[in-house]
Ligand binder design. Structure first.
Ligand SMILES: Nc1nc2c(ncn2[C@@H]2O[C@H](COP(=O)(O)OP(=O)(O)OP(=O)(O)O)[C@@H](O)[C@H]2O)c(=O)[nH]1
Ligand SMILES: [Mg+2]
Length: 270
């Protein structure tokens, strides 16, 4: 298969850079589906992934731990652990992460811990700008509220109902990795049940087939969008060329008029 040259394409259609990158990824590299976690630091992203994978693959701790993207393949999914949002002063890292969020990832798990209450303004705005990138975002973005064991049932109900009003478009899952681990180790099915992890495992299973279908639609849409962009820019270039040619004709006309009038004037003087 021919290699898609992103630099060349982006020169021709600068507005389609993300589309071209995603198209290249889908055509040349994508095989297993990719799910990435997003969320503020220390909210339990790495712990959540370890619980899904069933092994401590990603480092976790009470301080900032994940500082760059890391991946791990488990069954048919490549899991992408990311550094916490809102870490650097300029916000440059978050901006880059947001622009490239859907270049390789098919699905985003937005992680927020319940003990810090409702979503803050930064999270709401950030997630909204991610939603704006994909028409089918409801199939690709899920809100995972973690550390349910850290709040009372009353607090949990209150916070969850506020969050559901903040981002009502997204499907929400409430989980506790700690409760799940305890339930498994101590062989206590009710704890496992109350951890909320089963619903998340089911989601991952359904995403396996869902994403394969979404990718087919995505390839067609991207192809059309890039082609439309290329054609629009080609028409613009043609128009500019046409205008430049007309300008040259006018200049040439002006020049030859000037030469004639100069010649006439000079001749009349000799
Ligand atoms: N009680 C409880 N603690 C949890 C749970 N999930 C995560 N934690 C703890 O929360 C802290 C942060 O977890 P991490 O998984 O490292 O968080 P992170 O979002 O990956 O953090 P960064 O990599 O720094 O962005 C750790 O001390 C975890 O043990 C949970 O469900 N319950
Ligand atoms: Mg982490």
């Amino acid at each position: 298969m021919a290699i898609i040259d992103v630099t060349r394409f982006t020169k021709a259609v600068p507005q389609s850079e993300q589309d071209v990158k995603r198209f290249k990824f889908l055509m040349e590299e994508a095989n297993d589906i990719r799910i990435a976690v997003f969320g503020k630091y220390n909210h339990g992203k790495s712990t959540l992934l370890n619980t899904i994978i069933g092994k401590d693959v990603f480092k976790t701790s009470d301080k900032r731990e994940t500082v760059k993207n890391q991946t791990h393949q488990y069954q048919n999914v490549i899991w992408v652990d990311t550094p916490g949002l809102d870490a650097d002063v300029t916000g440059q890292d978050d901006k880059e992460a947001r622009n490239g969020a859907f270049t390789t990832a098919d699905v985003l798990f937005l992680v927020h811990n319940l003990k810090s209450g409702e979503l803050d303004k930064y999270e709401v705005n950030y997630y909204r700008s991610l939603m704006a990138q994909k028409k089918d975002y409801q199939k690709r973005m899920f809100l995972i509220l973690t550390q349910a064991d850290q709040v009372t049932p009353e607090q949990l109900n209150q916070v969850v109902s506020v969050i559901k009003k903040q981002l009502p478009e997204l499907t929400t899952f409430v989980v506790s990795a700690t409760r799940y681990a305890k339930g498994v180790i101590e062989n206590k099915p009710p704890l496992v049940e109350r951890s909320g992890m089963t619903a998340l495992f089911n989601l991952v299973t359904s995403l396996n087939t869902e994403i394969k279908n979404l990718r087919k639609v995505e390839i067609t849409t991207l192809k059309q969008r890039i082609q439309t962009g290329l054609e629009r820019n080609r028409d613009l270039v043609r128009k500019e060329l046409h205008a430049a040619r007309e300008k040259i004709v006018l200049m040439q006309q002006q020049f030859s008029d000037d030469v004639s009038s100069f010649t006439t004037q000079v001749q009349s003087k000799i």
